[in-house]
Design a protein around this ligand. Structure first.
Ligand code: ARG
Length: 428
């Protein structure tokens, strides 16, 4: 290995990794830092990379592409891992992997490297994505192959080599951030019974201390959010604005025991105000604009989509094809949703769309009802036909309580009942 491109956050681990790679492999190290928003870009990261011995330090602002190409397709798909996790960390990995590969190709490097441990999902996501994009590249993860240093050892290691150390206080947690969410693990959180201490949260206020509820109107075009309260916004601005507003109302805290790809159950805390609000709003608008069969299929697709992304299979053909289906299904998901931010909750308060399938004349119980009540009789006749045939051939469900295969025990004789009798005298 002559040259390696390292995914570099500017933190202690990856700073030590620069020197470690040079010493262990005698390799030239190029660093790549990707700004995916949310405070992921640290001040002075290029300088620190050079002080650690990098020959060149790339810094890429990928915020907009992260939102448009990775976050939006998952919002359109309603993809939440195990119904809970908006996938912020998982979504950034294929983007960073792609940039690693592009820089490696540009630099003529023979390997890429990342600072993931051997226990998590992120190593899988990086390795699998890199090899999908360029099977010729080697992937090195120093933490997996011997660079297992404690924090104190890392500090000493850096000091001995004159590596500039980030001046952050040591956090009791392992944290990953980007525009779409903040992922927090380890420390006291490893006991799933312990409620997260207040210092876990940085983006959201305690919902109990949130101010008076507010409403925000989110405009969508083709399943993609485009405006807030009628003002059209660029993707990054829109997410950042909702992030601030949601966080101020305590919206977006997720406490999840999740199943990692490597077989471990892990307790994770997420803060994702914008994701929480946008997912709820998007589903509400789909309910108005998509047919019931499309909604049903979309729910299945959402689960598959989330799983593939979580498992690091972004660059698989199946993932791509699912994205194609989802994008197509979204062409009518346009309109507005009113969301109420209320003490930690993002509540749908209303929705409207020029492409709405909701027809008030059909739905109403008031005057102007256009629904043909009489034709319901014929519909039910045919809809219920299979059950009547079943009852005729196999016996009516309610008539065979004594039979071994009776489905439902009788209710009336088992429940306290009173009967008003016209002759007088109620019986109990
Ligand atoms: N469990 C999440 C995932 O696999 C988040 C991982 C975050 N990483 C971290 N260092 N905290 O996507």
């Amino acid at each position: 290995m002559k040259k390696v491109v390292l995914a570099y956050s500017g933190g202690l681990d990856t700073s030590v990794a620069v020197a470690w790679l040079r010493e262990q492999y005698d390799a030239e190290v190029v660093t790549l830092t990707v700004d995916v928003g949310g405070g992921s870009l640290r001040q002075g990261v290029e300088r620190r990379a050079m002080s650690a011995g990098a020959s060149r330090a790339y810094v890429v602002d990928a915020r907009e592409r992260f939102v448009t190409d990775f976050v939006w397709p998952h919002l359109q798909a309603n993809a939440l891992y195990q119904g809970a996790y908006p996938l912020a960390t998982a979504l950034a990995r294929p983007l960073i992997a792609q940039l690693l590969v592009e820089v490696a190709q540009k630099e003529g490097a023979d390997a890429v490297a990342h600072g993931c441990t051997g226990k998590g999902n992120d190593q899988v996501r990086f390795d699998v994505a890199v090899h999908a994009l360029d099977p010729g590249l080697e992937v090195v993860a120093p933490m997996r192959v011997g660079m297992g240093l404690t924090r104190e050892q890392e500090i000493d290691y850096a000091a001995e080599r004159g590596i500039e150390i980030p001046i952050t206080k040591s956090s009791p947690y392992s944290i990953d951030v980007n525009l779409w969410g903040r992922s927090i693990e380890t420390g006291v959180l490893e006991d799933p019974w312990v409620s997260p201490p207040a210092d876990v949260y940085e983006w959201t206020v305690d919902p109990g201390r949130a101010p008076q509820p507010v409403e925000v109107v989110i405009g969508f075009e083709g399943g993609i959010p485009v405006s807030l309260d009628g003002e059209f916004l660029a993707p990054v601005d829109l997410v950042e604005r909702l992030h601030v507003q949601g966080g101020a109302h305590g919206v977006g805290r997720v406490d999840h025991v999740e199943d990692r790809l490597v077989g471990i159950k892990s307790r994770e805390i997420y803060e994702a105000p914008a994701a929480t609000i946008l997912h709820a709003a998007h589903r509400a608008l789909e309910g108005l604009t998509l047919s019931k069969d499309t909604l049903r299929l979309n729910r299945l697709v959402a689960g598959e989509h989330a799983k593939l992304t979580y498992d690091g299979l972004w660059f698989s053909a199946l993932h791509r094809d699912l994205r194609g289906y989802v994008a197509s299904s979204q062409r009518v998901v346009s309109g507005e949703v009113r969301m109420r931010l209320d003490h930690g909750n993002a509540i749908v308060a209303g929705r409207r769309s020029p492409l709405s399938l909701y027809d008030r004349n059909l739905a109403t119980y008031d005057e102007g009802d256009a629904f043909d009540h009489a034709s319901a009789v014929g519909f039910i006749e045919i809809f219920g036909l299979p059950l009547r045939v079943e009852a005729a051939r196999h016996g009516a469900v309610g008539k065979h309580h004594g039979a071994a295969w009776a489905w439902t025990p009788p209710l009336l004789e088992a429940l306290p009942t009173t009967v008003e009798d016209p002759e007088g005298g109620a019986t109990g």
